[in-house]
Write a protein that binds this ligand. Sequence first.
Ligand code: MRU
Length: 348
Amino acid sequence: MKSNHTPETLAFQDGKLSLIDQTKLPGELTTLVCETVDQAHDAIYRLVVRGAPAIGIAAAYGVCLARNANSSPSRQAYLQAADHLATSRPTAVNLFWALDRMKDVIEATKDDTQLPTALLNEAIAIHDEDRQMCKAMGRHGATLLNDCHAVLTHCNAGGLATSMWGTALAPIYHLHEQGHSIEVFADETRPLLQGARLTAWELAQAGVPVTVLTDSMAGSLLRSGKIGAVIVGADRVAANGDAANKIGTYPLAVLAKYHDVPFYVVAPSSTFDLKLASGDLIPIEQRPREEVSCPHGVTIVPEAADVLNPAFDVTPAELIAAIVTEKGIIENPNSASVHAMIGGPSQP
Ligand code: MRU
């Protein structure tokens, strides 16, 4: 759901990776071009490209950039590129999922001269599959929102966080396309304001009514009875259905439970980490102090004070009414239902 003038969140052309620079939105719509593996690593770390699925796609193309340092890189150089990109951010498992796929291709391609083409094809496949998964999550998720006229979301889990449409916003775009009237309330999402800057920007571009609130307003908004559902994305879902997402998601789930509003997580199978038994094992990224203490270059915290800046929190499965995946909907997620859906066949 982009206007004709909006570039793709990510694109790979002429051996270079172009990214919408999300650090500049909504003030400036510009693209950043990465020509080296280091530049792709830096773009992921600085949140030029962000959101779990988009990080995975960017990293897959990032491996292909090893070719720009040496026209015929060795398999070792590609493996080093993958290992380096894996250090860019720790929480979104899509990063490791995509890099593992790229490493599998390196292992399986016996003729080194075939590596550049084989790796680019795999990165394109990861990108294409993400588009299909977003569409399918939109279709499945929309069935939960048919009677809903307003939802609350947190962070940005839309087209800017994926190849298109997003995860949590995919059902909204699906319903909007079908002429269903639905409005979105977007938490601003401290400290980096992905809700205010990105979710509001992309929904407005698509013509979906959107209202931004500060994170601390969510409780009174839920109490007002206006919100039919809370819907968010995820960076990693453990085997028991516990879900890590942007810091501030967990308190929102607690508030939703108290106010009897269903809390939905939307995430593709690439965001599940079935190796982790519970959310307690999910690594949580700690970001620099300045993101909290000095937003937009203005110091708001005295030097003498410490600052907490975890980028994510974990919502226990018991607070999640359903997890929407491209394969179908996991109601009341737990280890058995997660295993059955993520290991099982797709629903039409
Ligand atoms: O730090 P960010 O902006 O990468 O965090 C993104 C989120 O928390 C999203 O909600 C999540 O990745 C799901 S994106 C479809």
